[in-house]
Design a protein around this ligand. Structure first.
Ligand code: SF4
Length: 475
């Protein structure tokens, strides 16, 4: 029997297996693979200065600031992030010293009148810094950028529950953070030992409920499926505990075991790994449980309560995707600070030096730390817009894209629409009324729907059998 398509994510194991191949997550387009050293500090400075000009509507664009704190006290074995493992907290002071200078130099590029609607502290582990250090960092930022206390601000910080207690959460709220995201991954003790991340379930749940009491408006929880030692029974328990705590958002990431790329993963015992079929079963369980509990699948591993602004923005067609995932702040320029961080300013992306030594050397030399990036071409801008619409609104109207970019959609994307035909036949996407709609069956495979529009993908894909893929798989 044909199930009517109401846009809700549909789990179809056969379909997912068939489409499960490496692909970008499209937190940017072009993706970071296209960043090159020919785009450096001068190009970034030019993009930053140009971004101060008012837009077509005569309004200056607000800012979104991102601060990267790379330190972690111990390695979680599944982790593929760019981080520095240390228990030496004096390293934080050396880092902050460079960060302050970078904030000052970047602050000189942007009009102070541009409101900072969004602020995000990510890592690594931002809570590796003491509350006093975070307060000082915010103070420094306030001197150079227009931070706000407006109730609609989105000021968030990633929290490692192992590093903070209930009082500290309240201190962060008083400093102005009104959103937190907590790393949980799995509450099961055997899984926690297998991935070297032991954290108390009670302590984590207490933080979630305390967050509400101290005025944190949005709580997000990160889970991972596919970890060693996971099984349906224990992961169901983790899901139930998280669902009962009712966080506003739940992100469920897929674990990709790539020990040749990520050294910490070599610590995972092969015997503890679960099979691809078991992993798929965990995804099915996750989709089912979260949907039954009233969570809406936003896309790319993210679920949210229907009242959450991500869901409301998706329905209104104003959702946006950036390096922190989904966001409602489409109009902001993103200015990033710290090692390896990526800015998105106007039609350019710029990435800072990827190692601490290189980052320190650039700042100590008196300049900025941008090491590579990319300036979008007109074609990139058109394709970015199409991919954003598909990944965020899950639909697009040819007419709207034509009005925005002065193209005839069917002519410009003749080949791409042709490539979509098999996906249409499989029911992942509908081409109707001069528009595209990602169906419920396509929601878990959104990036496959977007990939035909990626002009850079053929050059980014591995060329030889056995070569390492540059992107994670769809599931
Ligand atoms: S998962 Fe988070 S806390 Fe663990 S090593 Fe990676 S960045 Fe650090």
């Amino acid at each position: 029997m044909q199930v009517p398509d109401d846009g809700r994510a549909v789990f179809d194991a056969g379909l997912i297996q068939r489409y499960d191949r490496p692909g970008p997550r499209y937190t940017s387009y072009p993706t970071a693979v296209q960043f090159h050293p020919g785009f450096g500090v001068d190009e970034y400075v030019a993009a930053a200065r140009a971004s101060n000009a008012p837009g077509r509507d005569g309004v200056v664009r607000p800012l979104s600031l991102y601060v990267h704190v790379p330190f972690c006290a111990s390695p979680c074995f599944y982790c593929g992030c760019n981080k520095v493992i240390t228990r030496d907290h004096s390293k934080a002071a050396l880092y902050l010293d460079r960060l302050y200078r970078e904030i000052e130099r970047q602050g000189a590029l942007y009009d102070k009148s541009r409101p900072v609607n969004q602020l995000h502290f990510g890592g690594g582990t931002p809570t590796f810094l003491s509350t006093r250090q975070i307060a000082e960092l915010l103070e420094k930022m306030r001197r150079h950028f227009a931070l706000t206390n407006a109730p609609d601000r989105e000021y968030s910080i990633e929290i490692d529950p192992r590093t903070i207690d209930l009082d500290r959460l309240e201190e962060l709220s008083k400093l102005g953070f009104n959103r937190v995201s907590l790393g949980v991954q799995d509450f099961d003790a055997a899984v926690q030992v297998a991935v070297n991340r032991v954290q108390s379930c009670e302590g984590t749940l207490a933080l979630i409920s305390r967050a509400r009491e101290v005025g944190i408006e949005s709580v997000s929880v990160d889970l991972i499926y596919g970890l060693p030692k996971q099984n349906r029974t224990t992961f169901a328990r983790t899901l139930d505990l998280v669902i009962d705590a009712r966080p506003d958002r739940i992100a469920t990431y897929s674990y990709a075991h790539l020990p040749h790329l990520f050294k910490p993963q070599r610590q995972i015992r092969t015997a503890d790994l679960i099979s691809a079929a078991e992993k798929l079963g965990l995804l099915e369980l996750t989709v089912q449980k979260l949907s039954d509990a009233g969570y809406v699948y936003v896309g790319m591993d993210h679920f949210a309560l229907p009242t959450d602004e991500l869901v409301r923005a998706q329905r209104a067609g104003t959702l946006h995707r950036n390096f922190q995932g989904y966001s409602t702040q489409a109009e902001c320029d993103l200015v990033a600070f710290g090692v390896s961080s990526i800015s998105k300013v106007g039609d350019a992306y710029a990435q800072n030096a990827k190692t601490l030594n290189d980052y320190y050397a650039a700042i100590d030399a008196g300049g900025l730390a941008v090491r590579r990036g990319v300036q979008l071409t007109r074609d990139d801008r058109i394709r970015r817009d199409v991919i954003q619409r598909l990944m965020c609104a899950t639909r697009l109207s040819f007419e709207e894209v034509e009005a925005e970019h002065g193209i005839v959609f069917e002519e410009y994307f003749l080949g791409e629409l042709e490539q979509l035909r098999p996906l249409e036949a499989d029911g992942l996407v509908r081409n109707e009324d001069r528009g595209l709609v990602v169906t419920g069956r396509g929601r878990l495979l959104m990036r496959n729907v977007a990939m035909p529009f990626d002009a850079h993908l053929p050059e980014a894909q591995p060329v030889a059998p056995g070569e390492t893929p540059r992107f994670s798989r769809a599931v």
